[in-house]
Design a protein around this ligand. Structure first.
Ligand SMILES: C[S@@+](CC[C@H](N)C(=O)[O-])C[C@H]1O[C@@H](n2cnc3c(N)ncnc32)[C@H](O)[C@@H]1O
Length: 289
């Protein structure tokens, strides 16, 4: 006699995978944020960190909060998006931008820069300072985007712990800064506040690299330490977005642990400084666009 088909009990690890999948689905269906193409191992790690920080016990309880507690979205996004940054992070990259990219940008009457995944804004202020010192800032427009609204708010304020200032000052000098970083901030108690004049050519905006389209016509796209969180197909989609945003001969700068090598869109770019992940969009007339 044939009885009902019984499935073997699931191992805990499989159960966790189901919970993670349901959480990611809820995030998309309830709030429109699509994490389904993020690199699975690091996404799972961050969801589990959220379980710990929220003391929910299970991922399913996070999913319930996502569905029923509107305010929980911001908490979830903050936990999943890792808005960690530094001023002049990887100073060699900023030095190379000054030495290898700015001389070309100087040939444009108006310079548009898209800084995607700006987190708390440290890179935005770093770029503004470098452009100012190169005499290019008056012609520049920086579009600084992120999909994390809290991070954007923080970026606009430009307030950071004073204990970071020593390291950032060293980075600034290593990047070729010509003054003292302290000239660009005021310090009060445990905090520093970046000179808000540095924001005069910055527009902060919410933009999601997964679901939104081309943001602006850019001469330089800086997107560092964001693609590492994406799966290969999503990285390629994002690189195609950057390619479509750039003028011919425009520059792309990625994080030092990120690369164009594997991506089908890579054929459109050539390396300006391969080690520092600075690329240029193929152009029949380099320097124009
Ligand atoms: C580790 S931080 C990188 C910050 C800075 N670019 C740097 O390298 O120091 C990654 C940032 O990417 C943002 N991010 C992640 N996924 C995104 C997406 N789909 N669209 C826009 N920003 C995203 C996060 O919110 C976070 O602020």
């Amino acid at each position: 006699m044939n009885g009902p088909a019984h499935q073997a009990p699931l191992a805990d690890a499989d159960l966790l995978d189901i919970e993670v999948e349901l959480f990611v689905r809820a995030l998309k269906l309830r709030h429109g944020y699509d994490f389904s193409q993020y690199a699975p191992a690091s996404l799972k790690r961050r969801i589990l960190q959220l379980v710990q920080s929220q003391q929910t016990g299970t991922v399913s309880e996070l999913t319930a909060r996502l569905l029923h507690e509107p305010a929980f979205l911001a908490i979830a996004l903050e936990g999943l998006s890792v808005p960690v940054s530094e001023m002049f992070r990887d100073p060699d990259v900023f030095r190379a931008l000054r030495e290898q990219v700015f001389p070309v940008l100087a040939s444009y009457p108006q310079i548009n820069i898209w800084q995607a995944g700006c987190a708390h804004g440290q890179e935005v202020y770093s770029l503004a300072i470098l452009l100012e010192e190169a005499g290019l800032y008056e012609r520049a427009q920086i579009y600084a985007t992120d999909f994390n609204e809290n991070a954007l708010h923080h970026a606009q304020e430009g307030i950071y712990p004073a204990k970071e200032a020593q390291l950032w000052s060293r980075h600034y000098l290593a990047a070729g800064g010509s003054q003292s970083l302290a000239d660009y901030y005021s310090a009060r108690y445990e905090l520093i506040k970046l000179d808000q004049r540095l924001r005069r050519h910055v527009i902060f905006a919410n933009h999601n690299l997964v679901t939104d389209e081309v943001f602006c016509e850019a001469h330089l796209v800086l997107c560092r330490n964001v693609l590492i969180y994406f799966s290969d197909p999503l990285q390629d989609r994002t690189l195609a977005l950057f390619r479509d945003s750039l003028v011919r001969g425009g520059f792309l700068c990625l994080g030092t642990r990120e690369s164009l090598d594997f991506a089908p869109s890579a054929t459109d770019f050539s390396a300006v400084n391969a080690a520092l992940r600075i690329y240029r969009l193929g152009s029949r007339n380099p320097g124009t666009g």
